[in-house]
Design a protein around this ligand. Structure first.
Ligand code: BGC
Length: 231
């Protein structure tokens, strides 16, 4: 049973085919996210990418916004048209295979967690995503990135890609370590997993119970999505 795993990001799209153990059976590819990233433009870009990925039975897709029952609710870092878009249905129709869609940080979490106690995944990329798990079960729809942080700005406004580009790495690191202290105090996770492209640029020693996960978790978690009863 092979899964076409898709990770939709504000900056890049990633794709790979995984076997049921989560081992890649195609070479992972990346393409720039179309601008503006409307549903039509994005589906067309995914279809072009899928030409390099064959022999899959089902689809898993991580999406950078709130997703309920296969419908996207918002997408702060994409174009317009996502307020109530049936993405799972659209992917299923386009590729002729059943599709499941979940928030990108939740998918990343499925690829990273150990399945014991409270685990929090935070993704640091174009936006800031979050996934909360208790004993391996997802608590859906946590949107930590948009919670107020400091100086009237949200975590995403101080830790997302525009902030990193504008304020530089030192300010970004300062904000990140302050944010980590807040998240630990708030959730007391057994483990806090940091994912997303910018987790790889952290240069300072991490606090206890915090680790950086491999960037591939955002795709590999796609297999677990099919084990999760909520889909
Ligand atoms: C969205 C989240 C998403 C995160 C990372 C945020 O702006 O609200 O749903 O997980 O970006 O893509």
């Amino acid at each position: 049973m092979n899964t076409l795993a898709i990770d939709i990001g504000g900056t890049g799209l990633k794709m790979v085919v995984l076997d049921s153990a989560g081992v890649p059976v195609s070479t992972a590819t990346r393409a720039d996210t179309p601008q503006p990233a409307t549903p039509d433009a994005l589906l067309a870009a995914l279809e072009r990418m899928a030409a390099d990925h064959r022999d899959f039975d089902r689809i898993s897709c991580g999406f950078p916004g709130v997703v309920t029952e296969g419908h996207t609710r918002n997408a702060p870092n994409l174009g317009a048209g996502w307020a109530d878009f049936a993405l799972a249905g659209a992917l299923g129709t386009r590729f002729g295979k059943p599709a499941r869609v979940a928030n990108d940080a939740d998918v990343q979490g499925f690829g990273a967690i150990e399945g014991r106690g409270v685990e929090l995944t935070v993704t640091l990329g174009t936006g800031v995503g979050s996934g909360l798990f208790t004993d391996g079960r997802l608590v859906p729809n946590l949107e930590l990135g948009h919670a107020p942080f400091r100086d009237g700005a949200s975590f995403e406004q101080l830790l997302g890609k525009p902030a990193l580009d504008k304020r530089g790495r030192d300010a970004w690191h300062g904000a990140l370590f302050e944010a980590l202290a807040i998240w630990h105090a708030l959730f007391n996770p057994r483990l806090l997993h940091l994912g997303g492209g910018h987790a790889q640029i952290i240069e300072r020693p991490l606090p206890p119970r915090t680790r950086v996960v491999d960037n591939s978790a955002g795709l590999i978690g796609g297999v677990a999505l099919w084990r999760n009863p909520e889909g």
